[in-house]
Design a protein around this ligand. Structure first.
Ligand code: ZN
Ligand code: ZN
Length: 229
């Protein structure tokens, strides 16, 4: 274990798959003789428009829906920020920060963001994405979500937007990113705020897509900073 409480990833065998009806967990051949981890593979769209090779992101997010439960029961969103360290070309998510926030049924706005940066800086963590709930909406990326995701993805190309939609019976969660370069370009050039529509890329690509570089690693331990209270 290092100082972050992270266990070497080649220690245990995978004993369970993350529950989901839409996302399948396949057991890949271990990349470096490591124990198996579960790769998220979307059944919806395996193709990617990305032109660059993305680093893998390992994570295990237990407990976020529990932390969100109070809000969810009131039809309010909850958001959190993922912190990861980079080791031998792979990001390992070890930290979940729940910032102070204002939310509605379709928005969640973090404030006192300097508190997030302080934790990330102190622990030398990369802002490798964010997670939020859609308490009553389906599992998708709103236009506001796409702009939020842009601000992460422009810093870290591997940044992931995790949407948890407990009332969406067809898909309860998703791991999304803007397509690169098409989706990134559309959002970068968009000056609108609030909810609005974006034109789709002319080449038939989607503005956002399912991530193909996310692995569920049961050896990870998540440290949670809940700054709301
Ligand atoms: Zn959203
Ligand atoms: Zn826009």
């Amino acid at each position: 274990m290092n100082k972050l409480g992270f266990m070497e990833p080649n220690f245990f065998k995978v004993t369970h798959s993350y529950p989901s009806s839409i996302i399948s967990c396949i057991h890949n051949a271990p990349p470096h003789g490591a124990a198996e981890v579960s790769r998220i593979t979307s059944l919806v769209n395996e193709s990617t428009t990305s032109t660059r090779v993305l680093k893998d992101v390992h994570l295990l997010l237990d407990g976020f829906l529990d932390l969100a439960e109070d809000n969810t029961s009131k039809d309010l969103e909850t958001c959190g920020v993922l912190g990861a360290f980079l080791k031998e070309g792979t990001y390992y998510v070890t930290t979940l920060i729940i910032p102070k926030q204002d939310s509605t049924s379709s928005t969640c706005q973090a404030f006192n963001e300097e508190e997030i940066f302080a934790i990330q800086n102190e622990q030398s963590l990369f802002p490798v994405g964010w997670i939020h709930t859609h308490p009553s909406q389906s599992c998708f990326m709103s236009s506001v979500d796409l702009h939020t995701q842009y601000s992460y993805q422009v810093m870290v190309p591997e940044a992931v937007a995790i949407v948890m939609a407990p009332t969406d019976t067809s898909r309860s969660y998703g791991y999304f990113r803007l397509s690169d370069p098409d989706g990134m370009k559309i959002v970068r050039e968009c000056q609108e705020t609030g909810f609005h529509t974006h034109s789709e890329p002319l080449n038939g690509a989607s503005i956002y897509e399912d991530c193909s570089n996310i692995y569920l690693n049961p050896n990870l331990r998540l440290e949670i900073f809940d700054l709301r209270h």
